[in-house]
Design a protein. Structure first.
Length: 223
């Protein structure tokens, strides 16, 4: 392991017990919904409200630019820049290395699970350093406690996070954090589907001790 990797590993565990103690104080994480839509799903509406007044936004891991199109269609008019190593879609930057300015908002949806733990936490620190005072970080990642193992959804998933630990890590970085558990479910279900969903959730939570919410979402504002 090189010297820089050693430093990152040390940083990851330097405040481990403080963060564990802080995690005990984590709030309740309410369930919100995501569904496939050309508009904004429930959780995407929450994210949009968090960034809608930001003069500048950096979308880290912007992928196919779908969320950019959604936010701009919903009325976001600030500077929207993107970071992604992919070559299938045009992006402002291929990595964070050349980014030299501060942003009022940073968006990072479904990215950190593709990195080993040390690199994922290092990315959180790097994005924090790119935020202007009072800036907001919007973060989404699979829920490690989901009964459907998130590592099985995508062969490039390397690490999963639980809500309490990730909340405490963000809080320790200096954010005021609001967290959500995200259920992949359409806005309306038939009576039969609703009953099946209720039974499934009861089994998942009460008998298996797992969670039915697929993802975690955080709106974190620098204090």
């Amino acid at each position: 392991m090189n010297e820089r990797a050693d430093i990152k590993t040390s940083d990851t565990y330097a405040t481990f017990w403080n963060r564990k103690q802080l995690a005990v104080e984590a709030p309740h994480f309410p369930v919100v919904r995501w569904w496939n839509t050309d508009g904004l799903s429930q959780v995407e509406s929450i994210y949009f409200e968090a960034i809608r007044n930001a003069a500048s936004l950096l979308d880290v891991g912007a992928g196919d630019l779908r969320i950019q199109r959604k936010f701009q269609a919903a009325g976001y008019s600030g500077l929207y820049e993107t970071v992604d190593p992919g070559i299938e879609h045009p992006h402002t930057y291929a990595s964070l290395d050349p980014v030299a300015r501060k942003y009022d908002a940073v968006l990072c949806l479904d990215v950190i699970e593709h990195l080993p733990l040390v690199e994922g936490l290092d990315l959180l620190q790097r994005m924090t350093a790119l935020l202007a005072p009072g800036g907001v970080l919007v973060l989404q990642t699979p829920n490690a406690r989901c009964v459907r193992n998130p590592l099985g959804w995508d062969m490039t998933h390397l690490h999963c996070y639980n809500a309490r630990d990730l909340w405490s890590y963000l809080t320790h970085l200096g954010y005021a954090v609001t967290g959500y558990r995200i259920e992949f479910r359409p806005p309306h279900l038939s009576p039969v589907a609703s009953l099946k969903s209720m039974v499934s959730k009861a089994i998942t939570v009460q008998l298996l001790g797992c969670d039915y919410a697929d993802n975690l979402g955080f709106v974190a504002r620098l204090r």
